[in-house]
Design a protein around this ligand. Sequence first.
Ligand code: CAA
Length: 286
Amino acid sequence: MSKVTFDTVAVLGAGTMGAGIAQVCAQAGSRVVLQDLNEPFVQKGEARIRDFLQKGVDKGKVTAAQRDEVLARITTATDRAAACRGAALVIEAVPEQLALKNGIFRELAEVVAPTCVLASNTSSLSLAKVFAGVAGPQRCIGMHFFNPVPLMALLELVRTDATDQATIAAVTDYGRLLGKEPILVKDSPGFASSRLGVCLGLEAIRMLESGVASAEDIDKAMVLGYGHPMGPLKLTDLVGLDVRLAIADYLAKELDHPGFKAPELMRRMVAEGRLGKKSGQGFYRY
Ligand code: CAA
């Protein structure tokens, strides 16, 4: 195995993204602490990783020994500061709320070593704002992973004006070790991925709303006509309508572009708890 750039990694947030990130870091050989606010949350994250690895064993992609090794590298914690103390890299994957993320990084910068790299998995928020007032801004960077993290090849690295070359180089090397292909993007709303991806998803919802075609046929148009692995409505279900709505509202404000205005149907579905795959119902039933 090649040299692990970051031997100890703390992942904050044990949801879909946090669990996936913890898994790929452990697969690369890092010791990982997966942290969330309470025991049920961390246990759910750990179970998600165990299930994914087990499916890998069932499919013949992972051996039982590899599964056990990966799981043995992951510990869980509910105390954020304790989870991060001693980490060489902290990756934050908590909900998309600017004040929450900024508060976490301000607090952590005082706890971790000055050399510890601080990364956010935000999918659209301004990194300059996420890291505002954080001690050592040169070590702060966006590391945007994609769902499902263990299967998706892209890692979008987002640099602020303050991020230094050493941080970019270390995180790029580590991204490759995780089996990802890194791209480097300037800190701008929605980066390279969400700005395009969310635009397509919102337009598909508007088309469904105005009766252009059924959800199945809109998705088929993109899968069979454009070679997308999954249609935009099914993908919105996978990501979560609530997650995409928050991104759309943020981008509509930041980019002042009507294409990012969230459709009424999307707002109604979120208000009714039809959030996609995770709630059992979105544009499709699960
Ligand atoms: N362990 C190991 N390998 C596994 C596995 C597991 N548990 N589960 C699946 N695999 C492997 C499969 O064996 C298969 O490998 P081969 O190609 O070698 O056969 C491969 O992974 C694909 O798996 P499946 O055949 O089961 O699934 P699929 O072909 O239907 O692909 C998918 C599933 C990768 C999710 C695909 O549908 C896809 O790419 N969808 C689009 C996802 C996407 O766009 N994600 C981005 C969302 S946006 C986002 O995340 C950003 C944000 O900030 C919100």
